[in-house]
Design a protein around this ligand. Structure first.
Ligand SMILES: [Zn+2]
Length: 203
């Protein structure tokens, strides 16, 4: 398991362009990997020829619609991605949903870091338990982000088919998260206790 975690982290740290050449759409426009320099949250999915915001995908607490591009559905409007005035990517970055998702991710990391630093000064057993729990949550979130990025990099679709019998989507993202949870106690615990509005398994 450690090897898998290490591999996914290494892949995340060295994300090369998903493709050497990106396909043209009917308007003869294509995805530009240079956009990722200005918008580091942007991830391209090869199979969907579309892009997502990794942070909103994991942390967005609510979305205007279940088909929202960049969050729930692949963004493909390359022509209007960046504009002379303001493109869709800039608008997304300034949106309340994105700001909220970034804040949630930053708070999550900051709280966990503070707790880990504070534990060195605290000998309280109860406090240590809280720290331990926060560490586990941080680890679980790192897994989720890793899966998002690995799926995007390898061009595996995030979303699958709608399973009407189970009233849910049977996607690769859910499959990988559940598969990882089988081997990792912290992720498994987090999945069973995560808030209902946490969208980890229902992008
Ligand atoms: Zn976003």
């Amino acid at each position: 398991m450690k090897k898998i975690i290490e591999d996914t982290k290494n892949e995340r740290n060295a994300i090369p362009p998903a493709l050497a050449e990106y396909p043209n759409n009917h308007q003869k426009r294509r995805y530009n990997p240079q956009w990722e320099v200005k918008f580091p949250w942007l991830r391209y999915s090869v199979t969907e020829d579309g892009a997502y915001c990794a942070y909103c995908f994991v942390f967005a607490s609510s979305t205007p619609s279940p088909w929202e591009p960049l969050i729930c559905a692949p963004f493909k409007d390359w022509k209007n991605a960046v504009g002379s005035k303001r493109g869709i990517l800039t608008n997304h970055e300034l949106s309340k949903t994105h700001q909220g998702a970034m804040l949630a991710a930053a708070n999550f990391t900051a709280v966990s870091r503070r707790e880990i630093e504070s534990v060195k000064e605290s000998s309280s057993r109860g406090y240590s338990e809280i720290v331990k729990k926060n560490r586990k949550i941080l680890l679980a979130t790192a897994f989720v982000l890793d899966v998002v990025i690995v799926l995007a990099k390898r061009g595996i679709a995030f979303r699958g088919n709608w399973d009407s019998a189970a009233m849910k989507e049977n996607g690769n993202f859910e499959f990988f998260i559940k598969w990882l949870a089988k081997y990792d106690e912290s992720l498994s615990e987090h999945l069973s206790t995560a808030a209902k509005n946490a969208r980890y398994l229902s992008p």
